[in-house]
Design a protein. Structure first.
Lengths: 369, 77
């Protein structure tokens, strides 16, 4: 019987020695979404010895158009766990670790420390800057990919003295100024292409063959098939300013330079409030719903046209999927002079977990409403 | 001098084109940008970096290149 990795081993540039390098590699993939799925699929098939997946989100029907590791039976399951289940069937000879939690300043450093290469497949700037900064601090190469409708960007950061993501975009954009896939849509095959390019960069780093995209940003356009490769220079001042946060990184409560001044508070602060309106600013299709609370739905994309749903006599506790759009909503409402708006730090799944554990207290108050 | 300007992502939506050629006598990237801001009024609300001849440059850089690209950040994944 030929081995699972025979088609790698017979390539002279890889061979058994190369395959051993792949087996010894430890790669962490942040986000098991459109980009994370193809990255995970190819790295699992290639035999990357230890593969970590971190994602707090759950699979929903609208993900299946592009997140190819999942099927209808995965809907409602945590993405990291659902991906692990599928990947273990693809390759049972490697170790796959699912972290069904959110990447934060608190857990990023200790998590990154245990891996050799970090892959960014996240879908928001807050996580992207967190991943970048944690890679600088832990000195890990970062394989970056990002998409917008029909276009993608790929690069390798913090590798062999190369630039970081902040050397290209020093500060996150103003919150809300750049839409994401759930707001604007994306061609389903695009993350497949960009994620596969990321997997290719990971394998080149492991095998030390070819040239990586370190110091270069590849811009791909699926409509015109035009590729541009732009050179990025390392900015030592920016990298030093991130390194300055090395000691207090774990305790940073909000992202420094994060484009928004809105801070978030835990839902637990509001559960005993009587004069409160809970507002879900996610799009209508997003799961899981929060059913244990009286929730007003006002998707961020329709916020300005649905202001009549706001009860101005009550405090407004605003939540979304991960605590980013809720900040954008609060920022927008404050600009419109609507007072007493708070951004909830937890996303919908975490809120449901908290409600499950504190239900008796909450239902008591719910009766009083 | 005649330069080619490439637009990516959300920037191409503002300009309604992927690329164009313009004749300019402007001396710096910043001056070129103010010309573009006047031409496309929504451009000033967008975030982007600028590449000259396939290399990212600062706004203060001298306009020397034949090709300029306006590159916005993408967050999607």
């Amino acid at each position: 019987m030929t081995s699972r990795y025979n088609r790698h081993i017979i390539v002279s540039e890889i061979g058994q020695a190369g395959q051993d390098k792949i087996s010894n590699a430890k790669v962490l993939v942040v986000g098991a979404g459109g980009l994370g799925c193809p990255v995970l699929q190819y790295l699992t098939a290639a035999g990357v010895g230890t593969l970590g997946i971190i994602d707090f989100d759950v699979v929903e029907l609208s993900n299946l158009q592009r997140q190819v590791l999942f099927g209808t039976s995965s809907i409602g399951q945590n993405k990291a766990e659902a991906a692990k289940k599928r990947l273990e069937d693809l390759n049972d000879g490697i170790s796959i670790i699912a972290y069904a939690e959110k990447l934060t300043h608190k857990n990023a450093i200790s998590l990154f420390d245990t891996y050799d290469i970090i892959v960014d497949g996240s879908d928001n700037f807050e996580t992207r800057y967190l991943v970048n900064d944690a890679c600088i601090i832990t000195n890990k190469p970062l394989v970056y990919g990002a998409i917008y409708k029909f276009e993608g960007q790929v690069s390798v950061f913090n590798y062999e003295n190369g630039p970081s993501y902040r050397c290209m975009f020093p500060k996150p954009p103003q919150s809300g100024s750049v839409p994401n896939c759930s707001e604007i849509g994306v061609l389903g095959v695009l993350p497949g292409i960009i994620g596969s390019m990321q997997a290719n960069e990971v394998l080149k780093i492991i095998l030390k063959i070819g040239t990586t995209l370190s110091g270069k940003l590849l811009c791909y356009n699926a409509l015109t098939l035009q590729n541009s490769i732009l050179k990025i220079n390392r900015n030592q001042t920016i990298i030093q300013s991130v390194l300055k946060h090395k000691a207090d990184f774990n305790t940073t409560k909000t992202n420094f330079n994060c484009g928004t001044k809105i801070t978030s508070v835990s839902i637990e602060n509001f559960l005993s409030e009587k004069n409160i309106q809970f507002i879900d600013v996610r799009e209508h299709h997003e799961q899981p719903k929060v059913e244990a609370l009286p929730v007003t739905h006002m998707p961020l994309s329709e916020l300005k046209s649905s202001l009549n749903k706001i009860d101005i006599t009550k405090k407004k506790a605003i939540f979304c999927q991960s605590g980013i759009r809720s900040k954008q909503a609060v920022e927008l409402l404050r600009k419109l002079n609507i007072q007493d708006c708070f951004s909830i730090a937890e996303g919908a799944s975490e809120i449901n977990n908290i409600l499950l554990s504190t239900r008796p207290i909450w239902s008591q108050n719910a009766k009083k409403l | 001098m005649l330069i080619t300007i490439k637009y990516f992502g959300q920037i191409a939506e503002v300009t309604q084109k992927d690329e164009e050629q313009i004749e300019t006598s402007k001396g710096s990237i910043l001056e070129l940008l103010s010309t573009l801001n006047a031409k496309y009024s929504d451009l000033k609300h967008k975030e982007f970096q600028i590449a000259q001849n396939q290399e990212l440059v600062g706004l203060e850089a001298k306009l020397t290149g034949a090709e300029i690209a306006l590159l916005p950040p993408f967050s999607g994944g």
